[in-house]
Design a protein around this ligand. Structure first.
Ligand SMILES: *Cc1c(COP(=O)(O)O)cnc(C)c1O
Length: 386
């Protein structure tokens, strides 16, 4: 009797003949990802080391310290989540929400709805307030909603990538403290590019991503939690309902214990470390100013072409501009042709703004005057041709 396992022919129905990897060169001026800084790509291209190697543990400390600086927070519990921005978003809710908690979400764009969806999955009693896409909430509106709903958590999107609006946050943290509520904010399209002062604003939880303002590939996402938020987590009656994102476990790896939880995406840590280092090398305020200046160049150029912006200038984001599509123009035909003929990606409108706007991102490394010239020239050409 033979002990060999019979080996079926694998070269029949499973056979494939993949070509060598071939990536087109694109200028990514949409809602994200943006192009990575070449120095970040080079950092990521190094050999991995062990995720418990002393050299790696030093990198972890550095990444945490740099994130605190870029966010302007002293929160010890500041770390990158393995995954994209949505994973860090989910980490905030998974750890802070207990079943039945009232979570109040400001919906003025696509990502408010995602927060509602996620909070519901963690069995929060989700309430919401809404504004038309492109508008922001006033402090009075937020106060009225707090009075009505008395939430345990208020969640707002600082930079709504679907609309191009920047939610002002001055005073919101004080309001939340008055109502004994945690403030959670989405800084996915603002971190590193738009002024953020988490501690000054009294923010308890925030998250971001690597592939927008930080000019890094997607996959390592900043997350932070204040002492107040940690206290809420530590008083939970139930386990965090997500093992991978459980901060009560992750803090034993990111804190002193250095206990294995999951294998860190080591090369993404190299990448985000370099991305954060580059922001600090440029100067955080210089980066904010550069984003504002480049965006103004875009807005002026659009105006010269007769194109208007959807969001009023006082709360228009520098990182993402929603451009009104002129009557009679097929918005999607323009974005397709921009990509096909010019290798430039810009975004289509989402949800309420579908077909009504284009979304032009000038984030991180891509926020440069030459890129504004390129996108304006390409848009003028494409619109003349279609
Ligand atoms: C991109 C984005 C997200 C989601 O991040 P992913 O990296 O796509 O998972 C969340 N919120 C806002 C405001 C975003 O722009």
């Amino acid at each position: 009797m033979s002990l060999t396992v019979s080996r079926p022919n694998i070269n029949n129905k499973f056979r494939i003949t993949p070509k060598a990897l071939d990536i087109p060169v694109r200028l990514l001026l949409g809602p994200g990802p943006s192009n990575s800084n070449p120095d970040v790509v080079a950092a990521m291209n190094r050999q991995p080391i062990g995720h418990l190697d002393p050299a790696y543990l030093d990198l972890m400390d550095e990444v945490q310290a740099m994130m605190r600086y870029v966010w302007q927070t002293e929160n010890p519990m500041t770390l990158p989540i393995s995954g994209t921005g949505s994973a860090a978003m989910e980490a905030t809710l998974a750890n802070a929400v207990e079943p039945g908690d009232v979570v109040l979400v400001g919906i003025n764009g696509y990502f408010g709805n995602r927060l509602v969806d996620m909070a519901g999955r963690y069995r929060a009693d989700v309430r919401s307030i809404s504004k038309p896409w492109g508008e922001v909430f006033s402090l009075e509106e937020l106060r009225a909603a707090m009075e009505e709903h008395r939430p345990a958590i208020l969640a707002l999107v600082h930079a709504e990538t679907s609309t191009g609006a920047r939610q002002p946050l001055e005073g919101v943290g004080d309001l939340c403290k008055e109502y004994d509520c945690l403030l959670l904010i989405d800084t996915v399209t603002s971190m590193g590019a738009v002024p953020i002062f988490l501690d000054e604003w009294g923010v308890d939880m925030a998250y971001s991503c690597s592939q927008k303002g930080l000019s890094c590939p997607p996959g390592s996402s900043p997350f932070t939690m204040s002492e107040r938020a940690l206290q809420k987590m530590d008083k939970r009656q139930t386990k965090v309902a997500n093992w991978y994102l459980d901060i009560s476990l992750l803090r034993n790896y990111w804190g002193k214990g250095r206990t294995y939880h999951h294998t860190a995406p080591v090369n993404m840590t190299y990448a985000i470390r370099e991305a954060l280092r580059l922001v600090i090398e440029e100067g955080l305020e210089n980066s904010w100013d550069r984003h504002q200046k480049t965006a103004e160049q875009l807005w002026d150029g659009l105006a010269e072409m007769g194109l208007g912006c959807h969001v009023p200038k006082e709360y228009r984001l520098p990182t993402l501009t929603t451009v009104k599509v002129p009557d009679g123009v097929d918005a999607k035909a323009v974005t397709s042709k921009m990509l096909a003929d010019h290798n430039i990606e810009i975004g289509n409108g989402l949800g309420e703004l579908g077909g009504k706007v284009w979304r032009i991102g000038l984030m991180g490394y891509n926020s440069q005057p030459e890129n504004v010239d390129r996108v304006l020239a390409a848009m003028a050409k494409v619109m003349a041709e279609i």
